[in-house]
Write a protein that binds this ligand. Structure first.
Ligand SMILES: *Cc1c(COP(=O)(O)O)cnc(C)c1O
Ligand code: SF4
Length: 381
């Protein structure tokens, strides 16, 4: 057995352990176990500095989760948008592919609790129909392997799946969505990196939420991935008592760049059952972006998004930098709240030369760039 597998075996996960370690009432611990099992591996456990700290909140069961029984279990409608088991196909050219229900740690805020940890809900039996769906849908050029955590599979199993995906000509890129670099960095071994780099282009998005998660171990893991030519991105979730603070987020983003991880998304927490106590106001998120843009490297700034309830997908939010916009000009304010004006440019009669199909130069009309009001459709929720 590999070290990381042993560490999963050594995780805190039974009701007895929860009661003893975290001083939780037995009945509450039982109810929490029923709701969503605990799994805290010894590495992540060692990052806790005091009860209730940002690491603790992410992994230790809390009775407050049980107050929240009315919220949706699948707010993003991943199951409704699943044409075959293990696949969610929401966007035109990419699909989410769930390959395992297991994770290196169970996050209390997880939005996929309804499936995570349950072998029946994300089953290996679904893999064949998922491959067939991906083969048939030639518009899919980007497959995101997720779960659970795809790096819970053994290298051999992972390689089998990746080989099968690589045999599909229209799949251009493969992405792995894995928390392992953060929660169990020992999973990132030289063997794994050597295997993955045979199948480029491979991208990996990981999930750090707090600067304390950047340790010598996680730094090494991310560096190894980068050295294997795998661009690593980070998807942070904004959470109360974890990272709802501009200074904490800035420190995290800067530290991520130092270990060659590029901030990608910062999500508003989903409206998901048992996790609403993590939600912050939208203003908190906008204020964090306001405190990053202009104040630090553009590379350190993630896209701030809401994954829309009802399956609308990720929708970006920005602090409002546009003071006024008309046909003549746009008036903007910068990060220091200073005002600047930029003249609009009317390019409706300026042909742009493009190369026609048979090598001849073709002229293409560019449409007037004007802001059109979106057609609004009422979406039921
Ligand atoms: C997030 C997500 C993707 C990937 O979205 P990107 O914006 O391309 O990173 C694809 N499918 C589903 C269902 C998703 O939730
Ligand atoms: S690693 Fe991801 S899928 Fe697994 S429990 Fe955490 S948030 Fe959920």
């Amino acid at each position: 057995m590999e070290l990381w597998q042993q560490m999963i075996r050594d995780s805190v996960h039974t009701v007895d352990q929860i009661v003893e370690k975290f001083n939780i009432d037995r009945k509450v611990a039982e109810d929490l176990d029923e709701f969503f099992q605990a799994r805290i591996n010894p590495y992540y456990l060692s990052l806790i500095r005091y009860p209730g700290d940002p690491i603790w909140r992410q992994c230790v069961p809390d009775k407050i989760e049980l107050d929240d029984i009315d919220s949706d279990e699948d707010p993003l409608m991943e199951d409704a948008m699943s044409p075959v088991p293990n696949i969610t196909h929401r966007y035109p050219d990419r699909a989410l592919f769930l390959v395992t229900s297991q994770c290196g740690l169970y996050c209390r805020f997880c939005t996929r609790k309804r499936k995570v940890g349950d072998y029946e809900k994300i089953s290996m039996k679904g893999l064949e129909s998922a491959f067939q769906y991906l083969e048939k849908h030639t518009e899919i050029r980007d497959v995101i392997m997720s779960g659970g955590d795809p790096l819970m599979l053994t290298d051999a199993m992972l390689e089998k799946i990746i080989q099968r995906l690589r045999a599909i000509p229209h799949i251009e890129i493969i992405r792995l969505g894995s928390k392992m670099p953060c929660v169990l960095p020992h999973r990132i071994t030289p063997q794994l990196c050597n295997m993955l780099k045979k199948y480029h282009p491979i991208y990996l998005n990981t999930h750090f939420n707090h600067p304390w998660e950047i340790t010598p171990e996680s730094s090494k893991a991310c560096t190894m991935l980068a050295d294997a030519g795998i661009p690593v991105g980070n998807q942070m979730v904004l959470m109360k008592g974890v990272n709802d603070n501009p200074e904490v987020v800035k420190e995290l983003m800067q530290k991520l760049l130092r270990i060659r991880v590029r901030p990608y998304y910062m999500y508003m927490a989903d409206e998901t059952k048992g996790a609403n106590h993590f939600r912050t106001s939208i203003e908190t998120g906008l204020n964090i972006i306001e405190n990053l843009r202009g104040h630090t490297s553009g590379l350190a700034i993630p896209h701030f998004v809401i994954d829309a309830p009802g399956g609308g997908g990720k929708i970006p939010l920005l602090p409002n930098y546009v003071v006024h916009f008309d046909d003549e000009k746009i008036i903007l304010r910068n990060y220091q709240k200073k005002i600047f004006s930029y003249k609009n440019y009317h390019d409706n009669h300026n042909p742009v030369k493009t190369n026609g199909k048979n090598g001849k130069t073709k002229q293409k009309e560019i449409k007037v760039a004007k802001i059109e009001l979106p057609v609004l459709e009422e979406v039921e929720n």
